[in-house]
Structure formats: structure tokens, C-alpha cells
Design a protein around this ligand. Structure first.
Ligand SMILES: [Zn+2]
Length: 557
């Protein structure tokens, strides 16, 4: 059972501060943009500390949305009342029991030494000699020679070398590997929490230069060591919030928006340059979409558009890689086969009053969208003009939650008022929201849903795929859409783009890339680094896993 965190006192305090406005338009509009303001003022308040998944701020928002759904009269459709909890795998972490003691001196974990993310869990007490690699003993390996030999080799991948040779050492009888670097060459070795490569089954530790100089300079010495290596997955909980209007209809329309944001920017997805931690209030991203979600629920609750049921989902975990929507589509609380279409709203609060441009993504995922929007092309200058200029993007994928539904062959629409200078910064605040503009967008989406009510179930059409993250581009691409929630070794393809190298080589959605050419692909990072090593026209062998089979093919970039 989830204990609501939000006290009525806190709710009232925040609501009163956010309610003063001076505009002159219809009562309905006024109340709609004022309601939007109330929601955004609450969700973007400092007390919610940027609503980062897995924090009290997220829970305050979760409860606010649950209570709003309850007040509107939506049926709870989560797994625990309105909320649906899920886990986010944050990557590998060094457990506190990890230790390394040499001749009675305890080394500082993380600073003087660290186990690699793929290090095996074990506890060892032994008296090994540094220079001797004995059976059933820990082995010391100085990286000096390897680094010097490969100093001029741009393709040399030290972490990959360590992974491969740890396995070999284990097979030759080592019970642990203790790596150090006595050369002047920088090895840049760090604990990479995203490294998911399989463990060789023995501890693999790295001792930093200072500590190595202190304890390993006499290579014929025998050391009295005690080590314990323990590395595990760091898990974090999150909550989708789900409400339902049951019109006893054969099909269901899903309306969604993510409500999580960046917190203080701890997850490395902030564009805030100052080192000072600051609350990322996320008024536009995506308190605006969440507010629109609540107000669309209110309107549809009293609407005559009852040919569909309506499911409203406030996702969490979006900023970490679409975790909440991916979890929902893998653990749906309604039958996905009965879903007619999905509407996603992410950043709908900053409509420009000058160009009035609203991006409509997913336009190519059903012919019905074209039929609907056709009417506006003629009336843009007419009296029925919705006061919006539509910019269409046909792709069903993009950096937001509709992608998870498109992957399940569900027609989607994605609404977005565009990037701005406050994107992913603490300055994305409630006083910069265009509330009247957003009210127009909510009214527009409502009229689309009403229009669709009279139509038969929508047909789904596949579209081209676009980048699902705003990260860097490379000189070559395989044309796969990575699954960011995959926690195994390698990179799992969530989708494969038509006509791209991967598709031409016969790779499919669900395949796990393990190796490209001579490079092991252990994580998203190593995949991206590996792509950087190829140029157009290059051919490379790709080792991949499909189901239980490990297969091979050749891609041409
Ligand atoms: Zn967003």
C-alpha cells in the first residue's frame, strides 16, 4: 500500500501562491489555463526538488496526480491503486563490504583501488608474491608493458584487453587479478557503472598509481593480502500513475505524459553548466504535459466521445531512458491489443505567441492523422483557426514515451512546442509557461479525440525511425534503436531501421550486439566508442545473440 506523502497543508500552501492572473478571455478558457497553472505551479515547485525518479519529490508528484485522478472520478488502473511501481537499473555499484588490505593497511575503496564492474564476488586471504603467477593464487599484473606496446595504436581498447585477459588468467588458475600501472602513461581506468560485460568469475581489481607505488614497487616481495570484492546492480524504484474511464467500449485510447524530471541534475542529463547543484523545476519538461493530461481527463470524463475507453498514464523514468513507458508496455494493465491509438504530450507549455508552431509527431503512424489534419491546411486563415500552426513529423519514434507504444505497433501522436534555452536547466520555471497557448493545445487535442470518436479503429503504419536520444551523431551508424532499459551484456536492438547496415545484414529487433569487428560491445558506451572506429564503406563481422543462439553476420557501413 502506498502512503501518500503529500499533506493537505503543503498542497494548499503551494496552490495559493500560484493562482493570480489578469487575462480577458472566455470563462472556459480562463478556468482551463488557470487549472493548468495550478498543476504546473505545484509540480514545478522547489519543494518537489525536480521530481527525479526514486526521490520523495517524485512521490509528492505521484500523490498529487493520483488525487487529481480520484477527484475527476477516474478508476484506478495501476497495480497499487493509481500507481504502478517499477524498478530502474542504474548500473553497477561497488558494495560497501568490498575491501582490500595489504600487510594490514586498508586501501580506500574507489580512491586507492576499485573492483571492475564485472569483477567476481569473492573473499580471499593469501600471501602471494608480486612477481610469481602461482596456481590458485591472486595474480598481480602491471599494465606498463601493454600500455607502452600499444601507445601508438589508436584502436587499442584497455578495458576490453582487461576483460579478455582476466578470463584467460582465470582459466590458467588465477583466483583474482590485481592490476596496476607503473608506467608514466595515463590509463584512464575508472569504475564504469554502465559496463555490463560478463564476469570472468574471479575478482578483478585495479590499484591506483600512488597506492601501487607504495605497495608494489618491490616486485619480489610477498604480500599479506585480504580482499573482498562485491559489485551489484544499483536499483531505484519509480511509479507510473494510471487512471481509467471505462465506457465499456471495445477499444481504448491512451493519453500519456511523463511527470519525472532531473532533480538536481544527478543523472548526467542536465545542461546546467555551473557546478552548483540546483533544482531543475521542469515546468515545461514535463509539468506542462502532466497538467494537460489531468485536464484532458477532466474533459473526457464528461464527454460524449464514448466509442473508446480512455487510459491516462503519467510516466516516470522517462528522463532515464523511457523506463516507465517501457515498463508499462511490457506490463500493461489493459490489453494492448485493444488499444486504438496513443497520444503523448512532452513539453507543451512554451507555445510561441509569434509563430504559434506546434509539432505533431507520429503523423505517419496512421492514415487517420492525415485525414484529420487535412482540414486545418485550408482553415489556417479561417475563423475556425485553432490559433496553432502545425509542423508535422511523420516518425513514430523520438526522445519521448510514444516510442514505447509505437514499438508495439500502436498508432501514436506526439505534441511538442519545441526546444528552448531553458531545456534541461534549473531555469525551466512555471513563470515562463504560456498558459493560454497551452489551453489552446489541450482544446485542440480534445477536438481531435472527439473527431476520432466517430471513426473506425485506426490502421497502423510503420514509419522511418529517428534518434531516440539527443546524444551525439557518429560518422557511421548501424541503424539500430538501442533498448536503454536492457541490463544484460551487449546492446539490445529495440528497433532496426529500413535500409540501414544492420537491417541489410539481417539483424532484427530483439537481437543483442556482442561484438563488432575485433571489439567487444559490453555497454551502450562501448558500442558508441566502437562505432567511432569505423568509416563509411568499412565491412565488419558482427557477433550477436538471438534468443539462445549466438550468430554472426557482416555489416557494411
Ligand atoms: Zn521530457
Amino acid at each position: 500500500m502506498i502512503i501518500p506523502r503529500i499533506s493537505l497543508g503543503l498542497l494548499a500552501a503551494i496552490l495559493i501562491t500560484g493562482c493570480h492572473s489578469t487575462k480577458k478571455i472566455t470563462k472556459a478558457d480562463t478556468s482551463l489555463s488557470d487549472s493548468l497553472k495550478v498543476h504546473i505551479s505545484f509540480l514545478a515547485d522547489d519543494r518537489l526538488e525536480g521530481r527525479r525518479t526514486g526521490t520523495p519529490g517524485e512521490e509528492l508528484a505521484r500523490d498529487y496526480i493520483s488525487q487529481a485522478f480520484a477527484r475527476i472520478g477516474l478508476l484506478p488502473k495501476g497495480t497499487e491503486w493509481y500507481p504502478q511501481s517499477f524498478q530502474v537499473n542504474e548500473g553497477r555499484q561497488i558494495d560497501s563490504v568490498t575491501e582490500f588490505v595489504i600487510n594490514g593497511n586498508r586501501l580506500q575503496t574507489g580512491k586507492e583501488f576499485f573492483p571492475f564492474p564485472f569483477s567476481g564476488d569473492a573473499m580471499i586471504e593469501a600471501m602471494p608474491a608480486i612477481a610469481v603467477q602461482e596456481l590458485e593464487m591472486p595474480w598481480f599484473i602491471d599494465l606498463k608493458e601493454t600500455l607502452e606496446e600499444n601507445q601508438k595504436n589508436p584502436h587499442f581498447d584497455l578495458p576490453d584487453y582487461i576483460r579478455t585477459n582476466s578470463k584467460k588468467a582465470k582459466d590458467r588458475g588465477a583466483t583474482a587479478i590485481i592490476l596496476y600501472n607503473s608506467s608514466v602513461i595515463e590509463d584512464k581506468l575508472v569504475f564504469d557503472k554502465k559496463d555490463r560485460s560478463p564476469s570472468p568469475g574471479i575478482p578483478v581489481l585495479y590499484v591506483a598509481k600512488e597506492a601501487a607505488k607504495k605497495y608494489f614497487s618491490d616486485s619480489i616481495a610477498t604480500l599479506n593480502i585480504k580482499l573482498r570484492s562485491s559489485v551489484s546492480d544499483k536499483m531505484r524504484g519509480g511509479y507510473n500513475v494510471i487512471g481509467y474511464i471505462d465506457n465499456k467500449a471495445p477499444t481504448t485510447v491512451i493519453v500519456g505524459a511523463h511527470y519525472d524530471h532531473l532533480g538536481y541534475g544527478e543523472d548526467g542529463n542536465s545542461r546546467h553548466t555551473s557546478h552548483e547543484a540546483a533544482i531543475h523545476n521542469g515546468a515545461d519538461d514535463n509539468a506542462s504535459g502532466t497538467a494537460a493530461l489531468i485536464e484532458l481527463a477532466r474533459k473526457l470524463k464528461t464527454s460524449n466521445a464514448t466509442a473508446n475507453n480512455y487510459l491516462f498514464i503519467a510516466f516516470s523514468g522517462e528522463e532515464l531512458g523511457l523506463y516507465g513507458s517501457k515498463y508499462f508496455t511490457d506490463h500493461p494493465t489493459v490489453d494492448l491489443k485493444s488499444v486504438n491509438y496513443m497520444i503523448n504530450m512532452d513539453m507543451v507549455g512554451r507555445l510561441s505567441d509569434s509563430n504559434k508552431v506546434l509539432t505533431v509527431g507520429g503523423y505517419g503512424t496512421s492514415p487517420a492523422w492525415g485525414e484529420y489534419y487535412k482540414q486545418f491546411d485550408q482553415m489556417n486563415n479561417g475563423p475556425a483557426n485553432p490559433g496553432l500552426i502545425f509542423k508535422y513529423d511523420s516518425s513514430g519514434t523520438g526522445p519521448s514515451d510514444h516510442t514505447s507504444f509505437y514499438r508495439k505497433d500502436i498508432p501514436v501522436l506526439f505534441y511538442f512546442t519545441g526546444l528552448h534555452t531553458d531545456y534541461h536547466k534549473p531555469s525551466d520555471d512555471a513563470d515562463k509557461i504560456n498558459y493560454n497557448g497551452q489551453a489552446k493545445i489541450v482544446e485542440h487535442i480534445y477536438s481531435l479525440v472527439e473527431w476520432m470518436n466517430a471513426r473506425p479503429r485506426l490502421a497502423f503504419t510503420k514509419t522511418r525511425e529517428t534518434q531516440t536520444t539527443t546524444s551525439a551523431r557518429f560518422s557511421v551508424s548501424m541503424g539500430i534503436m538501442p533498448d536503454y532499459t536492457f541490463t544484460g551484456a551487449g546492446v539490445k536492438a529495440d528497433g532496426v531501421s529500413e535500409g540501414k547496415p544492420a537491417q541489410k545484414a539481417g539483424l532484427k529487433a530483439g537481437d543483442i550486439i556482442l561484438q563488432i569487428g575485433e571489439y567487444n560491445v559490453s555497454s551502450m558506451e562501448s558500442y558508441m566508442q566502437t562505432l567511432g572506429k569505423f568509416k563509411k564503406g568499412d565491412k565488419a563481422k558482427v557477433k550477436y545473440q538471438r534468443g539462445k543462439d549466438v550468430l554472426e553476420t557482416t555489416v557494411e557501413f
